[in-house]
Structure formats: C-alpha cells, structure tokens
Design a protein around this ligand. Structure first.
Ligand SMILES: [Zn+2]
Length: 421
C-alpha cells in the first residue's frame, strides 16, 4: 500500500478535501478521503495528474522560431527544419518533452506524432500516452503505407496506446479519414484551426497555398468537409473556426475537442469558442499543443490562457471558471480521450496518476479556494511530485536527473537550426 497526503486533495469530480489523503495499491487508487500519511506535503495540493488533450512531444525544442509569421509560412519552416533531424534526434527531443510534461504535472498525453518518437519516449520514461501516428495523404493506400511504416517502429505497452492521426482536412482526403477510422484504434485530427484552412478547402486560395502536402479543395468548409466521418471516435484539435451550426453538428455527433488557446492565439488563428462548445454539450479537453507554436508544455499557463480568452471573447467573468479550467485539464480531457474510466479524477478504482502542487509563499496561501489557487497560482516550479500508475516519475528535489535528457535534446536542436556544433 502506498499513500500520500497534503493540506488539500482535489478529486475534481467531488468536493475539495481539507487534510486529505490518497492511498493506492498496485497502481490503483483504493481510497481518497481525509487522513494523514507518513509522506505528507505541507502547504500543498494533491490533484489528479493533468491529461494533455493535444501535444507533439517531438517538437519539445522547436521553440522560438518563426515568431509572428503567418500560419502558412510557419508550417513551411516547420516542415523544412524537421527534415534535418534523424530518428534518434526526434526521440531525444521527445524525451525532453516527456520530462517537461512531468515537470508541469502531466501524467497522460494525447500525442500526435510525426515519427513515432513520442511513443518511444513515453514508454521509456513512463508517461501514459495515446500516440496518434500522423499520416498526410490524399490516397488511403498511401496513408496505409505511411501508417504501417511508423507502426512497425513503435510498441504498445501498459501505458502507451497507439492511434492514428489523419493530420487535417487540408492534408488528408475523406477516404483517408475513413480508412483511419476503420482501424478501430484511437483517431485524432486537427480541425478548423485557421481561417486559411476554410479558405483553402472552399476556394483553393489563401495562406495555405504552396504547402506541398495539400489535398485538392473540397468546396466546403473544414467541418463540412469531414461531416460524413464526424463522431465520438474522432478527437478534433483546435476548432477555432466553427460557426454556431457547426458547433451544433459537433455536439450532435459527440465529437470530442482539444482546446489549445495559447497555440491558437500565438499563431494568430483566433480564439476557439470554448464556452459555446461546452454549453452545447461538446466534451472539451485542454491541450498545450507543442513549443512549435506555444512557449511550453506548461498546463498552468494553458489553463489561465483558457480562462482569459474565454472571458475576453464572451465579455463575462463566468464564461470559464477556475473549476472549469481544472476540469478541462483533467477529467474532461480524459473523457475527450475516452480514457476517463482509468484516469482524470481521483476516485477508487482509477489508476494512481497524481500531481502535487505547492502553494507555499504564494499569494494564494493561506488557501481560501484551493481550485482557484492551483489554477491561478500554479506553475511547473511549484510541482513537487508527479506520479504515474502509482510510480513517482518526477520529484522536484531530484530535477538534476533530467540533465542528460536535456543536453542530448539541445544537441539535436542545434542540428535542426543548422548551427555550428
Ligand atoms: Zn497539433
């Protein structure tokens, strides 16, 4: 039996517990309630490990290039630089992505992986992950070939599930989507991320022109282009450019959405209507996307961005509450990934995926509202411990153990940027 206690426990699907304890056996939670364990964290909160609904672990070190460039040009730079990396480089960078995930309290990630490196790094280092192997293809036969090549390089484990990602409606045909969905594995895509996507699909014009991986225009907007395949099995990242009717369609079909407010804002794509999607009944999880478009895998920054963007868009302070943001990053994200029976909240029977966040010395301490304290006052520097499946994967006091992972990844970034060694 293992156990941990802290000043507060936030089960997320129940009331905060002051002086709470979580106990687990063989990686499964057996008790959540009041109590004190031998291992107790003062001035801290235990919460479910964060579930990142959208990431690209292998872009962990793609940070800080192309700032301010339009979406189309940004994608071109991205594709060109990726071409300079070896498979080992991609794995080295993905390991760094796993380290950064643990450091911000992420215990599960929905990773869209170009090379499969995310699956290798997650299983090596013990991050729970659904890894969607990316395909870009007009012809489903090409999709099959690309998928099978990548699939042969990665293994499923107790923690890592392999899925497939038809990249987006502007890089994959409807037939490719149909083939992906026929596999019966998790399927994730990017959808309605930018106005340029709708413009290309409807008219064959706009900022996406010239990207080498485009499929022919469909004559329809992004959501309408995928209408025949929309359903609960298709996780859709972004959904920025969605009209009221399109939101209603996504809700009716039970399509889960990964909301990435920092990525959408920084790429100048816009603000996804998260409050409208949630009130229409869409299951929305929060995703950090990757440092190719956002500054970091920092879930706390992402939750705050979600709150700020939703309130600014809706012009009302209750458009997204702290408690909503915490749900987006835990239980709701688990639901979007369809793994909420196993993770996302703290309750007996679920896997022991936990994060401990210190509030010592913060403006939120002494604690009045522990949820607001974590959402508005949390940061990776305040994460003391991250536990996946009952095993400690990150301890703040032992952070130096990640030094080699970080320096190997930096060397790969140097090659990607074509800098002198
Ligand atoms: Zn993405």
């Amino acid at each position: 039996m293992n156990e941990l206690s802290a000043d507060w426990v936030l089960p997320v699907d129940g009331q905060p517990i002051e002086g709470g304890r979580v106990r687990w056996e063989r990686g499964q939670i057996v008790e959540v309630g009041p109590g004190r364990a031998d291992r107790h964290y003062d001035d801290a909160v235990i919460l479910p490990g964060f579930v990142n609904a959208h990431s690209h672990l292998e872009y962990a070190l793609y940070a800080g290039f192309g700032d301010g460039t339009p979406f189309g040009a940004w994608i071109k730079t991205h594709v060109e630089r990726k071409g300079r990396l070896s498979a080992d480089d991609m794995i080295a960078i993905a390991r760094c992505g796993v380290a950064d995930s643990f450091r911000t309290g992420i215990t599960t990630t929905a990773d869209y992986s170009f090379s499969g490196a995310g699956a290798v790094a997650a299983s090596e280092l013990g991050l729970r992950a659904t890894v969607y192997l990316e395909v870009f293809a007009d012809d489903p036969e090409d999709a099959r070939r690309r998928f099978e090549e990548k699939r042969a390089l990665v293994e499923e484990t107790a923690l890592v599930t392999i899925g497939v990602s038809p990249h987006a409606p502007y890089t994959c045909s409807l037939e490719t989507y149909r083939w992906c969905l026929s596999l019966g594995i998790p399927v994730g895509t990017h959808l309605a991320e930018s106005a340029g996507e709708n413009e290309w699909l409807e008219h064959g014009t706009g900022i996406l022109q010239g990207i080498p991986i485009l499929v022919p225009p469909t004559g329809k907007r992004a959501v309408a282009s995928l209408e025949p395949v929309l359903g609960p099995n298709l996780l859709c990242a972004h959904c920025v450019e969605v009209s009221g009717d399109e939101i209603a369609l996504l809700a009716e079909r039970g399509v889960p959405v990964a909301h990435c407010p920092r990525s959408n804002a920084l790429l100048g794509c816009g603000v996804a209507p998260v409050a409208a999607m949630r009130s229409a009944g869409i299951v929305v999880g929060l995703g950090t996307d990757s440092p190719a478009s956002t500054p970091s895998f920092d879930v706390f920054e992402e939750m705050r961005a979600a709150v700020s963007a939703a309130r600014a868009l809706e012009r009302r302070p209750d458009a997204l509450l702290a408690v909503d943001a915490l749900r987006l990053a835990t239980g709701d994200a688990a639901q979007a990934l369809r793994i909420d029976e196993r993770v996302g909240t703290l309750r007996p029977g679920k896997r022991a995926d936990l994060t401990v966040v210190s509030l010592a010395g913060s403006p939120y301490h002494p604690v009045e509202d522990p949820v607001a304290a974590v959402v508005f006052g949390g940061s990776p520097d305040r994460v003391l411990e991250t536990i996946v499946d009952g095993n400690t994967r990150y301890l703040k006091e032992e952070e130096e153990q990640w030094q080699e992972v970080r320096s190997t990844a930096s060397a790969a970034r140097r090659r990607m940027l074509a800098l002198q060694p």
